[in-house]
Design a protein around this ligand. Sequence first.
Ligand code: SAH
Length: 282
Amino acid sequence: MPQRRDRSGRRDGLVVLGGASARKAPGPAGAVWLVGAGPGDPELLTIKALKVLQRADVVVHDGLVTEEILDLAPAAARRISVAKRKSRHSYSQDEINRMLVAFAREGLMVVRLKGGDPFIFGRGGEELEACRAAGVECHVIPGVTAALAAGASAGAPLTHRGAAQAVTFVTGHAASGKAPDLDWASLARANHTVVIYMGLSQAAPIAARLMEAGRAGATPALIVENASRPDERRVVTTLAGLAEAAAALSGPALLIVGEAMALAQAGGAESLVSDLVREARA
Ligand code: SAH
């Protein structure tokens, strides 16, 4: 007796693709999506990031991702924060890698949501390697990295004809109280923008090293805290004034040093793209 088949081609709960031998195996293969959530403003998510987030089974996110963005995932999706915590247990990178692989092997669509871009100081490369090593499918969706949002908010281009021929992104992360180990001579070149991620607490030694290496104390500098968020704050200063300006902020923030920062405008979140969009619609 022939088996019953519905109009979508399903028979006994299996999708029939052309005969019994081509039946789709139960439990589709899962995959990991390394997704850049941008700097905070949900309107700076890419359309692709939004689409993937709306289909997520599990969202594994770090601390820089805002609630507004997490709320774009389906209500039924499981949310796991792997944010660094001072008091409670923080997940090690190994634990995060194993978690992503394990969820994907359960057949789930795993969205690993990171602030900014997954490949700019986001350890996305390590997660990609872990997926590859485990034979788990992995896709990457780029995001607007904090430096781009900070320059846009302040109205200060990171490269600028005659003032900045190059831009370098560096990490200011170092053992507490110490300057990070960077190539100070190359960072001290004039007509060059240096963007320092994770450098707020090290602003004093970083500024001192740059000046020792020959960068002028009068070089324009900008600090942007919470770029693209309602609590954004921008302080315009000079390299010589960087440490003092940084002491008043608590982050997340970028230090940006370079001649092109002469164009930067101090202030708050008045230039948020989302505000402009709301006004245009009103
Ligand atoms: N992958 C992220 C960077 C992660 S490292 C990106 O591409 O943006 C974390 C550092 O990024 C913070 O210490 C801070 O220096 C910077 N950062 C992230 N979001 C920021 C924001 N909205 N405003 C200012 N700095 C930010």
